[in-house]
Design a protein around this ligand. Structure first.
Ligand code: VLP
Length: 134
C-alpha cells in the first residue's frame, strides 16, 4: 500500500531549528518567538496531490502541490523569498528541492513508526522535526 501522510500532526521535537532560521536570515526577534512554537501540521493527501497546512499561534503556512510538478513558492510569512519548488518521491520519502537564492534549500518528509518526520535544509544547516498524531 502506498504511503499516506494524511492527518493532523503535532510537533514533539525540533532539533536545530535555530540554525535553520539563521541560515534563512530570520531576524532575532522573530526567531525568539518562532522557537517557542509547537506548530501543528494538517496534511491532506490524495494520491500525488498534497495540502500541507502548518499552523501556529504566531503564523500559518499553506503549501499545495502535486508531486513531479514544479511550482512557484513564495514562502510568505516565513523568509518571504520566492523559489521554484519541486517535490518528488524517493521511495516512500517526499523530497522537496527549493531552488532560489539560498543554496541547498529543501525538505524531506517521511513516516517512521507512528511518527511524521521532517528534515528542513538550508545552506549548511539541517533542522530535524518529529510530529505525533493529534
Ligand atoms: C521561518 C522559518 C515561524 C520562521 C518564522 C515563522 C509556520 C513541509 C514544509 C511545508 C515548512 C515549515 C517551514 C518552517 C520554516 C520556519 C512560523 C512557523 C509556523 O514545512 O511540511 O511548507 O516548510
Amino acid at each position: 500500500m502506498p504511503v499516506d501522510f494524511s492527518g493532523t500532526w503535532n510537533l514533539v521535537s525540533n532539533d536545530n531549528f535555530e540554525g535553520y532560521m539563521v541560515a534563512l536570515g530570520i531576524d532575532f526577534a522573530t526567531r525568539k518567538i518562532a522557537k517557542m512554537l509547537k506548530p501543528q501540521k494538517v496534511i491532506k493527501q490524495d494520491g500525488d496531490s498534497f495540502y500541507i497546512h502548518t499552523t501556529s499561534s504566531f503564523r500559518d503556512y499553506l503549501l499545495e502541490f502535486k508531486v513531479g510538478e514544479e511550482f512557484e513558492e513564495d514562502n510568505k510569512g516565513l523568509d518571504n523569498r520566492k523559489c521554484k519548488s519541486l517535490v518528488t518521491w524517493e521511495n516512500d520519502k517526499l523530497v522537496c528541492v527549493q531552488t532560489g537564492e539560498k543554496k541547498n534549500r529543501g525538505w524531506t518528509h517521511w513516516l517512521e513508526g507512528d511518527d511524521l518526520h521532517l528534515e528542513l535544509r538550508c545552506e549548511n544547516q539541517v533542522c530535524r522535526q518529529v510530529f505525533k498524531r493529534a
